[in-house]
Design a protein around this ligand. Structure first.
Ligand SMILES: C[S@@+](CC[C@H](N)C(=O)[O-])C[C@H]1O[C@@H](n2cnc3c(N)ncnc32)[C@H](O)[C@@H]1O
Length: 242
């Protein structure tokens, strides 16, 4: 029996090693999207999406549904950052319910389509290098951004969000649907040609842990009102490094 177990664990290790090498190969060869050009006017205003819904305040209001109210009541932000806010429509919805929010996005086209009342609250910049102090916000949210980054960039973006939050980070993204291993990274080009990184959820969760953050399943469940399993809510612990 011992021999069988030894054989099994040896073959497991070599399987895991081959997964990690595939991951290494993928990560080191992945090309970043250039947000300044990839997220142009056509990205937001074109009718190329399934169902032809373009990005308008009213179409986003339907998609966001209960999110603005839940951000207010469940996350209870005092100072909120929307990292990768696009045209700022969620910021507008939050403003309507008296939640003040600062936004940052790398797309000039997105920012120029923002409603007048929030446009001056949006900084042109990258989630990879947030121009904010450590713990400057108590809540950082980032909806539908991580899947547009490379794996290396995703790691850096999570690192930056954890750095500038003093309490919570709330993220929604696309995860791998049919992974063959923990290290699989899928794309979703049929939905959006810029969906270059759909990682396996537990690996993304581990990245938060490596930044000294712990999951808040209670808040996560409340934020995931559509039960899509695409919501992460993480909380800073005293182990966070910056
Ligand atoms: C699908 S849109 C999501 C916009 C908004 N969060 C929402 O949910 O409607 C993705 C956004 O991520 C932004 N983005 C992509 N890479 C970025 C980066 N490195 N830094 C800042 N924003 C980035 C794009 O410009 C785009 O506005």
């Amino acid at each position: 029996l011992k021999n069988i177990n030894d054989d099994l664990s040896r073959s497991n290790i070599s399987t895991w090693n081959s997964w990690v090498l595939d991951f290494e190969n993928f990560v080191l060869n992945q090309e970043p999207a250039k947000p300044e050009t990839a997220f142009d006017q056509n990205y937001f205003e074109g009718t190329w999406r399934h169902g032809s819904e373009s990005y308008t305040l009213e179409s986003r209001r339907k998609i966001e549904g209960r999110n603005p109210e839940l951000i207010k009541s469940v996350l209870n932000p005092m100072k909120l950052l929307d990292a990768g806010c696009g045209p700022g429509f969620l910021m507008q919805m939050l403003k309507e319910i008296e939640v003040e929010v600062v936004g940052i996005d790398a797309s000039p086209a997105g920012i120029s389509s923002a409603p007048v009342g929030v446009r001056d609250k949006i900084v042109l910049g990258s989630v990879l290098d947030l121009p904010f102090k450590d713990k400057e916000f108590d809540v950082v949210l980032s909806r539908e951004v991580l899947e547009h980054l490379t794996v290396i960039e995703l790691h850096k973006a999570i690192s930056e969000m954890c750095r500038v939050s003093s309490r919570l980070v709330y993220v929604t993204t696309r995860f791998a649907q049919n992974p063959k291993s923990l290290f699989d990274v899928e794309t979703e080009f049929d939905a959006d040609p810029t969906h270059i990184t759909c990682m396996v959820q537990p690996l993304v969760r581990a990245i938060f842990n490596l930044h000294g953050y712990k999951v808040r399943p209670d808040l996560q469940n409340e934020m995931d009102w559509l039960n899509k399993g695409r919501v992460l809510v993480y909380e800073r612990t005293e182990k966070a490094l910056s």
